[in-house]
Design a protein around this ligand. Structure first.
Ligand code: ACO
Length: 429
C-alpha cells in the first residue's frame, strides 16, 4: 500500500480510496471496498483499466517495450536460458540451481507416456479437427485419467504431479494427434532430448528413422517457447485464473486457457498472419493495396500480427523473433518470399500515419508463423505451439492465485435489460 490516497465524491458523499504501487512504480487504486461503502461498482468492459490481481511473475512496460519474467529481461533469457529452466523460473520465481534443474527435467521426463487409452481418443476425433479443439479436449481428458490429482495444490507432489503430467504429455498429445490424423503412429517421448527437440522428434521421427534435430532448429523452437512462456494478465491467462479461482483443477483450468488462446485476436493470430501472407503472395496482391485495405474499416480486414493492447511502442518478442527468423532461414537455406512480404508490410505500416498514430506495431505473431513454417510445423498447429509455450505461465498464475488465497473471481455488471414485466401467453405474442 502507498501513503497516497484518492478521494471520490459521488452524490454528496466523499470516500478515500487507498492506492498501491508496484515494483516498477505502476500505481493502482484499491476499489475493493467501493461497493460496500458507496453502492457503486466500476465499469470497464474488456478490462482495459482493471487490475485483477497483484502478481510477482511477469512485468511488461508497454510504452518502453519491456518484458521480464521474474525480473529477468526476455532478451537475456532467450540468449542464455532454455525453455525448461525458464519454465522453472516462471513457476517458482528463481533460476534453478543444478539440482533443482535436474529434478525439474527428470520430473517432466518421468511424467511422459500418455495413458494408452488416450490413443483411442486421438483416433476418435475427425481427421480434420482443428488442433486447438483437440488439444483443449485432450487436456481435459487428462483430468479423467488422473483423478487423484484434481485437488487444488501449489506445492509438494500434489502440485508437481499434475504440473509434470501436463508439461510432458502436452507434447505427446499435440504431436500424437498430428500423426494419427495423417495415418501414422504416435512416437514415444525421448528423455535424452531437450524439451524443444522432443517436440520435433515426436512430430517427425519415423520408425527406424529418428528425426535429426539440427541445432538451429532446436534453438529456434526453444526460443519460440521461451518467448511465449508468460505474458501477465492477457485473455487466456485471465481465463485460467478465473477458472482456477473456483478451485477447479489444473487440467480444466489449462484446458480453458487453450480455448481462450485459440481466437484470432489472441494466439490464433499466428495462423492468421501466415494465411494473410500466403494470400498476398498467391493472389499477387501488392502489399500497399493490402495495407490500404487494412486501414479501411468497411473491409473488415486487419493487418494481422499488428497491434497490441499493452505494447504501444514495440513488442520485444517480435524484435527477437525477426532476427531469429532470418537466422533460421539462412541456416536451413530457405528463401521464403513471405519473409520479404512481411518486412515490406512492416516498413509500410511503420511509416503510415494510420498505424503510427494508433501505435500499431508488429506483435509476437507477426514473424513467429514464418519461423514455424520454416520448421515444417503445419499452419493449423501454430497456435498449439503457442499454447505449449504458455503452459508454464498459465500454471504459474494458477499457483500464484492459490498462494494468494484469492476469492472466486466474479465480476459485476450494470444491467440494461427490461424492467420487470408480465409473462405473455404463447397465443398473445
Ligand atoms: N490492423 C488495422 N487496424 C488495427 C489493427 C490491425 N491489426 N489493430 C488495431 N487496429 C485499429 C483499430 O481498428 C482501432 O482503430 P480506431 O481507433 O480508429 O477505432 C485502433 O487500431 C485501436 O485498436 P483496438 O482494436 O481498439 O485495440 P485493442 O487493444 O482492443 O486490440 C488487438 C488489440 C486485438 C491485438 C488488435 O490490435 C488486433 O486485432 N490485432 C490483430 C490481431 C492480432 O495480431 N492479435 C494478436 C495479438 S498478440 C497476442 O495476443 C499474442
Amino acid at each position: 500500500m502507498s501513503d497516497k490516497k484518492a478521494t471520490l465524491t459521488y452524490d454528496g458523499k466523499t470516500i478515500e480510496l487507498d492506492s498501491l504501487t508496484g515494483t516498477e512504480n505502476e500505481t493502482g487504486l484499491d476499489i475493493t471496498k467501493l461497493r460496500a461503502e458507496t453502492g457503486l461498482i466500476t465499469l470497464d468492459p474488456a478490462y482495459g483499466n482493471t487490475g485483477s490481481c497483484t502478481s510477482d511473475i511477469t512485468f511488461i512496460d508497454g510504452g518502453k517495450g519491456i518484458l521480464r519474467y521474474r525480473g529477468y529481461a526476455i532478451e537475456e533469457l532467450c540468449e542464455k536460458s532454455d525453455f525448461l529452466e525458464t519454465a522453472f523460473l516462471v513457476l517458482y520465481g528463481h533460476l534453478p540451481n543444478s539440482e533443482e534443474k535436474e529434478t525439474f527435467k527428470t520430473g517432466v521426463n518421468d511424467a511422459a507416456g500418455m495413458p494408452s487409452d488416450i490413443i483411442g481418443h486421438l483416433n476418435a476425433f475427425p481427421k480434420d479437427a482443428p488442433p486447438m479443439a483437440t488439444l483443449s479436449s485432450l487436456i481435459s481428458v487428462l483430468a479423467a485419467h488422473n483423478t487423484d490429482d484434481l485437488g487444488v495444490a501449489y506445492e509438494g507432489e500434489s502440485f508437481t504431479k499434475p504440473l509434470y503430467t501436463i508439461m510432458a504429455q502436452v507434447l505427446e498429445l499435440a504431436a500424437g494427434q498430428y500423426r494419427v490424423n495423417i495415418g501414422k503412429t504416435p512416437n514415444t517421448y525421448n528423455p535424452e532430448l531437450s524439451y524443444a527437440a522432443n517436440f520435433m522428434h515426436l512430430m517427425f521421427s519415423e520408425p527406424g528413422q529418428p528425426y535429426e534435430v539440427l541445432p538451429a532448429v532446436e534453438k529456434a523452437m526453444d526460443l519460440f517457447l521461451i518467448l511465449h512462456a508468460d505474458h501477465e494478465q492477457n485473455c487466456s491467462t485471465s481465463t485460467v485464473r478465473i477458472v482456477g479461482s473456483s478451485q477447479s483443477n489444473l487440467f480444466s483450468s489449462v484446458s480453458a486457457g487453450i480455448g481462450a488462446l485459440w481466437g484470432p485476436l489472441h494466439g490464433g493470430a499466428n495462423c492468421e498472419v501466415i494465411k494473410m501472407l500466403n494470400s498476398i503472395y498467391n493472389d499477387g496482391i501488392a502489399p500497399s493495396d493490402f495495407v490500404a485495405k487494412a486501414k479501411d474499416k468497411s473491409t473488415g480486414v486487419k493487418l494481422m500480427g499488428f497491434g497490441h493492447r499493452v505494447y504501444k511502442n514495440f513488442d520485444p518478442r517480435a524484435k527477437v523473433l525477426k532476427v531469429q527468423v532470418d537466422n533460421v532461414l539462412e541456416a536451413l537455406n530457405i528463401d521464403d518470399p513471405l519473409m520479404g512480404i512481411a518486412k515490406e508490410l512492416e516498413e509500410m505500416a511503420r511509416s503510415d500515419s494510420y498505424f503510427v498514430d494508433r501505435n500499431l506495431y508488429p506483435n509476437v505473431d507477426f514473424y513467429s508463423g514464418i519461423l514455424l513454417k520454416a520448421l515444417n510445423i503445419p499452419i493449423d498447429m501454430f497456435t498449439v505451439l503457442f499454447a505449449i509455450g504458455r503452459i508454464p505461465g498459465w500454471i504459474a498464475n494458477y499457483r500464484e492465485l492459490h498462494t494468494q488465497g484469492q476469492r472466486i473471481g466474479r465480476p459485476r455488471q450494470i444491467y440494461t435489460g427490461s424492467a420487470l414485466r408480465d409473462y405473455v401467453d404463447l397465443e398473445n405474442r
